[in-house]
Design a protein around this ligand. Structure first.
Ligand code: ADP
Ligand code: MG
Length: 166
């Protein structure tokens, strides 16, 4: 694909456990400096996906909804990058506001996952992985989710997102 032609895959997920598994697979594609932006309504499964991501990255602590904090740092247990999990819901400005949060890590050395980042993180970077989670009309159970993963920017040109559908 050319850079003007973003790489995108769609995955159907049938349970919370499959969503975590998708997160674990996604973890294998990520490296320090990557930004993952998660979109989808409340209860879509953004935090569930991030929990699997944390498992796949082998970081300390279970990922939970950061209800009372804007961002939480999960250091790697091995020598991988830390996971910085951001709930931007109450972040009025951009991610630069996070400098005030006194995080103990540098974002370029971390994998940064942002929930509710629309309109807040795009200006920061022209490279990101966009993950959209939605419920389908007419799905037979409450647990079906459709996940669209799109690589934006040259970083993703050479990444095979197809492994996520395996
Ligand atoms: P969000 O962070 O998008 O608000 P959460 O991950 O916190 O969503 O919550 C998702 C809720 O939906 C959980 O209670 C989870 O058990 C439930 N759920 C049902 N099916 C799925 C699925 N396929 N993927 C993820 N979560 C699911
Ligand atoms: Mg959440």
């Amino acid at each position: 694909p050319t850079p003007a032609d973003p790489v995108s895959v769609e995955i159907t997920v049938n349970s919370p456990e499959q969503m975590r598994e998708l997160g674990r697979r996604l973890a294998k594609l990520l490296r320090a400096g990557d930004l993952v932006m998660l979109s989808g309504e409340l209860g879509a499964g953004k935090t569930t996906l991030t929990r699997g991501l944390g498992e796949g990255m082998d970081v300390r602590g279970a990922v939970t909804s950061p209800t009372f904090v804007i961002a939480r740092v999960h250091p790697a247990l091995g020598d991988g990058p830390p996971l910085v999990h951001v709930d931007a819901y109450r972040l009025s400005g951009g991610l630069d506001e996070m400098e005030d949060l006194d995080l103990d890590v540098s974002l370029p050395d971390s994998v940064v996952v942002v929930e509710w980042g629309e309109g807040k993180v795009e200006e920061l970077t022209d490279e990101r992985l966009q993950v959209l989670i939605h419920r389908g009309v007419g799905d037979t159970t409450d647990e079906v989710r459709h996940v669209t993963v799109t690589g934006i920017g040259g970083r993703w040109d050479s990444v095979d997102l197809g492994v996520l559908t395996a």
